[in-house]
Each structure stands twice: as C-alpha cells, then as structure tokens.
Design a protein around this ligand. Structure first.
Ligand code: ADP
Ligand code: MG
Length: 373
C-alpha cells in the first residue's frame, strides 16, 4: 500500500503539487491523469524520491520513504519512462538483468528470470536475448523497458507515459499485455498519462489532477458517468453528458472475444481453457451454437468431477440481453445482479458477446473522445 499524506511540492513560491492525499492499495492499477504541467510526473517521482517533497509524507507498506535509503528504494520499485532508456551498448539480456545483478542474483537465476520474462511477452530468449536495443522495433524496445522494470520482482512499478511515443496499434497491444501481466503478477502500478482512453482502459482508479490539486478520484466508470468538475468534463471533450444509453446498444458496447465451450466438453478440459485465459467463467453453448448457460470456477470446484460434461452444471437462469438492448439496461443489470458480465445474444440465441463494466467504459470512451483527438 502506498499512502500520500498532505504531500506538497513547491518550486520557489510556485506550488506544483498541493496537499495531495491518496491511498493506493496493494495490487491496484492507479492512473494519474490531467493536462500537461498539472503535477503528474512530480507526484510519481516523489514515491521513489527522484523528487523530494517539501511537506507531508509518503508511506510504502507503512514505512516513510524518507527513512529509506533513496538508492535502495529505487532498486525496489520498478520505473518505466517514455524515453525507453535501454542502454544501447548492452544486450537485451544485460539490460533486463541490471537490477537483479545489483541485487547480487546468481548468473543462473538472472538467466532464468530473463527467459521467463521474454517468454511472457512473446519474445523468445533464443531470438532476442543477445540482440542490442537498436536491433529491435520501438514496440519491442518498450516491452523490454517494461520487463526490465519487472525483472527483480518489485511489488510496485511506476510508469510515466510509457507508451506515449508508440504508434496506436503497438500501444494498444502493449496496454493489453501490461494489463494482463498486472492481473497475473498482482503488482501495484502507478501510471501517468494524459490520454483518457488509456486511463479508462488501464485503471482501477483514476486520479484527475489540475494545477497541482486532485479534482477527482474515481473508477473509470464513475468518472465517465459523474465527472466531478467542469475541468474534467472539458477534458473528456464534452460539456455535459449523461449516461442516456438511448444512443448506445449492447452491440455497441459488448466485447466479442468470449470463451465459448460446447456443452459436451469435459469439465476438466474447460477448466484448463479458463486457466490459460485467466477467466473465472465460461459461456456454454449447445450443438447448434445456441446459448445454454454459464459456469464459474466456483461451481466447478464445488460440483465438478472427472468425466463430467460441462453442460450438466451450466447455470441457465442467468440474465441475458439482446444486441438491441440499450447499454444502460445492461449496465443496470450488471449492477443489480452484481455480476462480472452479462451475455449478449443474437436474435437466434447464439452468443454475440458479453458486456462488462469496462467494455461499456471503453465503448463510451471511443464514442465520446475518439473523434476529438
Ligand atoms: N525543476 C523544476 N523547476 C521548476 N518548475 C518545475 C520543475 N519541474 C517541474 N516544474 C513545474 O511543475 C509543474 C508540474 O510538472 P510535472 O509534474 O512534470 O507535470 P506533468 O507531468 O503533469 O506534465 C509544471 O508547471 C512544471 O513546469
Ligand atoms: Mg509528466
């Protein structure tokens, strides 16, 4: 857990971070956002003491960062910036191993870790480890930058506009990768951006800053629905917007990549599929591809047995919506039934997709700001 307590930073008599209070939970993905110069980078760098605050305190796991040796502190906190910062005369392997080496890991352990990390982002060790940074694409270099920050397994990673210099497609891919890595590794990530699409996509919690002050701290969904200040509304590229939903249907806001398994598939096999994709539940379909029900990991744990067909434990009573249902209605269903997702059906009852809070938020983001940029 990271706690900012009344943190203030001044340059001369200009206050650039003004009395910041914020708690970042373990494993949380927190995004600082706001217009250029609002104090995002300064707030981030005070965590690893690249910038020292004038007043207030920051605690990491209850320890005041002022009481920890700054160099030691930085080795324990991953740090990724836009300008990549890979060392050009070191190989990819050497770049990733910098902090592990400083921490006196054995050569064997370092190599193992580098292999594991490169594997995680689909860059096989044999092909990439001995290359130099200039032999990689921009996207690959930035990937290595992220891996380097992860290398010594720090519980906290700070990222300052890490994908800002990348083309949109590469950025999108790296965002997906980072998000899934974070889910898997349960790291606490503090991430700076001035791009609202990015914030909505990545954040558990968004901290909106303006002139050194926090205007709002909220989940992406909450900030989209209820921006706390006209500055935020303007930043979102609109003057007033209420979640009408009349203009958006489930088809607009659903995610179409869904793990569907036939009802005859064995429970054990389905479980493996779920594990590989890090999903808590699957959508079960019948022989005509029509929706049958959903099965969660919990149910499998409670009722599953060897040789069983997954269809036999599918919950067929879950709420579903059609592609023409309004987005608002699906959002209300999510909240009302306290579900992670709602299944969207085509007219012939085949599965069109699922809606989740974040799929709705993402769709809203592109509808409302997509063209503004
Ligand atoms: N070393 C410095 N001396 C004086 N002013 C600075 C210094 N570093 C940053 N600032 C000012 O502090 C404010 C916040 O900067 P920063 O945290 O980098 O903003 P952001 O990352 O949100 O764009 C800006 O107005 C910037 O000009
Ligand atoms: Mg900055």
């Amino acid at each position: 857990m990271i706690v900012y307590e009344n943190v203030t930073k001044r340059y001369g008599d200009v206050t650039v971070v003004d009395n910041l209070d914020l708690t970042i939970e373990e494993g949380e993905f927190v995004v600082f956002i706001g217009p250029s110069g609002c104090g995002k980078t300064t707030s981030l760098k005070m965590i690893n003491r690249l910038i020292e605050m004038n007043e207030g305190s920051i605690y990491i796991e209850g320890n005041n960062v002022k009481d920890v040796d700054a160099v030691e502190l930085r080795r324990k906190i991953g740090y990724v910036i836009q300008q990549i910062g890979l060392f050009p005369n070191m190989t990819i392997e050497e770049n990733i191993s910098i902090v592990p080496k400083l921490r006196k890991w054995s050569q064997e352990k370092c190599t193992k870790r580098v292999k594991e990390l490169l594997e995680m982002v689909g860059m096989p060790y044999e092909e990439n480890a001995k290359k130099y940074p200039n032999e990689l694409s921009g996207g690959q270099q930035q990937r290595v930058g992220v891996l380097r920050a992860l290398a010594a397994e720090p519980p906290i990673i700070l990222m300052d506009e890490p994908f800002g210099a990348l083309d949109p497609v590469t950025r999108d891919n790296l965002q997906d990768e980072l998000k899934s890595l974070q889910k898997k590794l349960k790291k606490t990530i503090v991430f700076v951006t001035h791009d609202m699409d990015e914030a909505v996509k990545m954040a558990d919690k968004i901290v909106f800053m303006y002139n050194g002050k926090v205007l709002q701290i909220a989940s992406p969904e909450e900030m989209l629905r209820n921006p706390a200040d006209s500055v935020i509304e303007n930043f979102l590229g609109r003057l007033s917007y209420s979640f009408s939903g009349e203009d958006l249907t489930c088809q607009d806001v659903m995610r179409t990549k869904v793990l569907k398994v036939p009802e005859t598939k064995k429970t054990l096999e389905s479980l493996t599929l779920m594990k590989n994709r890090q999903l808590n539940s699957v959508v079960v379909i019948d022989e005509n591809d029509k929706f049958k029900g959903i099965v969660g990991i919990k149910k499998i744990r409670e009722e599953g047995y060897a040789g069983q067909e997954i269809g036999s434990i599918a919950d067929e009573t879950v709420p579903t919506v059609s592609i023409n249902t309004s987005a608002k209605e699906s959002f209300d269903l999510l909240t009302e039934h306290n579900r992670d997702f709602i299944v969207v059906l085509n007219r012939n009852k085949t599965v069109a997709g699922i809606v989740t809070e974040s799929s709705i938020a993402n769709a809203l983001a592109s509808v409302y700001w997509g063209e503004a940029k």
